[in-house]
Structures are given as C-alpha cells and as structure tokens.
Design a protein around this ligand. Structure first.
Ligand code: PEP
Ligand code: MN
Length: 339
C-alpha cells in the first residue's frame, strides 16, 4: 500500500502517521520527493482500512498495490487448488461436469435424470431443493423433501450431490446431507451466509453475483476461506449487461483472469448464462477452450413441463451428445475428464 502525503506536510505529522502504521505491524519506507513524501507500507495490508488512512487531513492519496485477498490469492499459493468431492477431483487438470435439473421435482424425475447424466459421463448431480425465485408466486422448490430425493438419487447412482443453500440456519442439515454446498449468484455477497458456509467441512460452489467484479467475487471466496473452509470452487454463470437477447452474458474473460488472480478452480454454467438450451453447447465449448475446470449444466427429462428453467435445460439425449464433444475438447486441452 502506498500513502502519498500532501505537499508541505510537517515532519511531526508524518512521524505521527508513521508511528500509527507501525502499530499495525507494518514497516514503513519513507521516500522524500520534491515537495511531497510517499510512504510505502510493507507487511500484511489485507486488514488495513484504506478509508481510515485517507481520512487523515495530511494524506493526499492512498493506493493499494497488493490485492485485498490473501488465502485465495495465486501469489501466495502458485499451484492450482484441487477440490475433492467424494473422491472426484476438480481443478489442477481435472475437469468435472455437474449436471441435473434446475430443481428437484419428484422421485421419478430426479432419479431418472441422475441415471441418464451418469451414463453420459457426469461426475456429480445438481438439483435445487431451495430455489431463489424472483417471484414469490413461482415454484420455491421442494425444500428438505427435495434433499431427501437427492440423497436417494445419490444412493442409486453414486453421484455426489450439489445443491443451493439460501438460509444460514440450514447449515447443519446441508453439512449432514449434501456433498457440495452451492451459494447462488443472488447470495454471493450475503456475508452472514458466507461466514456460515466457511465453518462447514463440505466444499462450496460459489457462483458469481449478477453484477459483481472479479475482485468482489474472490473476496467472497476469501470470506469462506477465512472461516476455515478452503475448498471453494468458483462458478461463472453469466453477468448482467445491456444485451437482452440472452438471459445473461457469459463472461469468458473471467476464466483466464480469475485463474491468474486465484488458485481456486473455476467452472462455468452455460445454462444460466444463455437462458436458451440451444446455446448451451457453444458456450460450454468456449468455456473449455478458455481453460475452465468444469461445467454445471441443467438437464431435464421433460423440459417443456419443467417447474423451473425448462427453456435452458438440455434433454438427456442432447446432454449425451454434448458430452461426446466435451470429452474430445477436454482431451485436446490436455486435461482429464473425471467421472
Ligand atoms: C441455479 O443454479 O439453479 C441458480 C439459481 O443459479 P444462479 O444462482 O447462478 O442464478
Ligand atoms: Mn436454474
């Protein structure tokens, strides 16, 4: 962090600020330029509140030269993190596909889709039991009965289950029953929820918020990691832009950018990005080519009658076809498709 003092600041005022910064366990390098003094702060500045420094009347400007995240930072952890989910590795050259319906609707539906996606090569089963819906009149999910059905599908197929948590009060239930705890886009900055999943032992799938920057997203991962849970998988799921043709805009740049910023695995959700089933395949291919560590794809055995997101769901047949292409491209990228 660099602090630029106002021209003409008295030495006693500089000394006073330097002493305060040293109390924060930082070493301070002082450079006296023409008419102004610059302080270079060395040490762990992640917890330093820049606003508290810039409020000093003698300070002209405060600039961060280091990222405000530490645990998620590639700088301090150069190797890729590999997150293990029930024996399935994601990241570090291991590519995993998570597939299943937007929401769990019935025993027959979730078990049939689970069998189908497993046969096609999915490594995990997704399905929402608690759904974040824009309208209070839309289907809200089956709740804990949905979790029971996911567990039944896991029992039948051996696929680990991925499902969204919205309420921090359900952390114990999710800890017991779920393999990967999903934090949805709308809750990416629900800090109380992030703190709660930070205490869990289960890996977390952290979706990018609808309008959040890479840094804000990684800071949310930092919340979870700071709580003790370092098994975070990031998920780019499309962001809000001025374009209305697609449901969201898949930000392909997020993949190489976030990989440079962080060592955490990053997967892509082409279903929520596109909002249209026929666009899922090209976006999935783009994600693999850009270096993603996996995909999460919505698959439904009767999309026209789906209770949620049927328009963007692949049929099991289309998913199977897609998986053939996914396998070939993952191979070309020198990665391993894990099952
Ligand atoms: C979902 O995965 O079903 C979902 C609601 O996703 P998002 O949080 O990305 O909108
Ligand atoms: Mn959905």
């Amino acid at each position: 962090m660099v602090v630029v003092m106002k021209p003409g600041t008295l030495q006693k005022d500089i000394d006073q600020l330097v002493a305060k910064l040293q109390e924060m366990d930082l070493s301070v390098g002082i450079t006296n330029g023409v008419g102004c003094t610059i302080l270079g702060l060395v040490g762990d500045t992640t917890a330093v509140d820049m606003d508290k420094i810039s409020i000093n009347p003698h300070v002209e400007r405060v600039m961060r030269v280091q990222e405000p995240y530490k645990k998620a930072n590639r700088k301090f952890h150069p190797e890729d993190t590999v997150v293990e989910v029930g024996g399935v590795p994601i990241g570090g050259g291991n590519f995993a596909v998570i597939a299943g319906p937007c929401s769990v609707e019935s025993e027959a539906q979730i078990c049939a889709v689970a069998e189908d996606v497993k046969r096609s090569g999915a490594a995990m089963l997704r399905g929402g039991a608690f759904k974040p819906r824009t309208s209070p009149y839309s289907f809200q999910g089956m709740g804990s009965a949905g979790l029971d059905l996911l567990m039944e599908a896991r029992e039948k197929t051996g696929l680990p289950i991925v499902t969204e948590i919205m309420d921090p009060r359900l952390a114990d239930l999710f800890e017991r029953e779920v393999d990967v705890v999903q934090v949805g886009a709308r809750n990416m900055q629900n800090f109380e929820l992030l703190k709660e999943v930070g205490k869990m032992s289960k890996p977390v799938l952290l979706k990018r918020g609808l309008s959040n920057t890479y840094e804000e997203w990684i800071m949310s991962a930092e919340y979870i990691m700071a709580g003790g849970n370092e098994n975070v998988i990031l998920c780019e799921r499309g962001i809000r832009t001025f374009e209305t043709y697609t449901r969201n805009t898949l930000d392909v740049s997020a993949i190489p950018a976030v990989k440079r910023m962080s060592h955490l695995p990053i997967i892509v959700d082409p279903s929520h990005s596109a909002g249209m089933y026929w666009m899922v395949e090209p976006l999935a291919m783009a994600a693999i080519a850009a270096g993603a560590d996996g995909l999460i794809i919505e698959v439904h055995n009767d999309p026209p009658h789906a209770k949620c997101d049927g328009q963007q769901s692949l049929t099991p047949e289309n998913f199977d076809r897609l998986m053939g292409k996914v396998g070939a491209l993952v191979d070309l990228m020198g990665k391993k498709l894990v099952k």
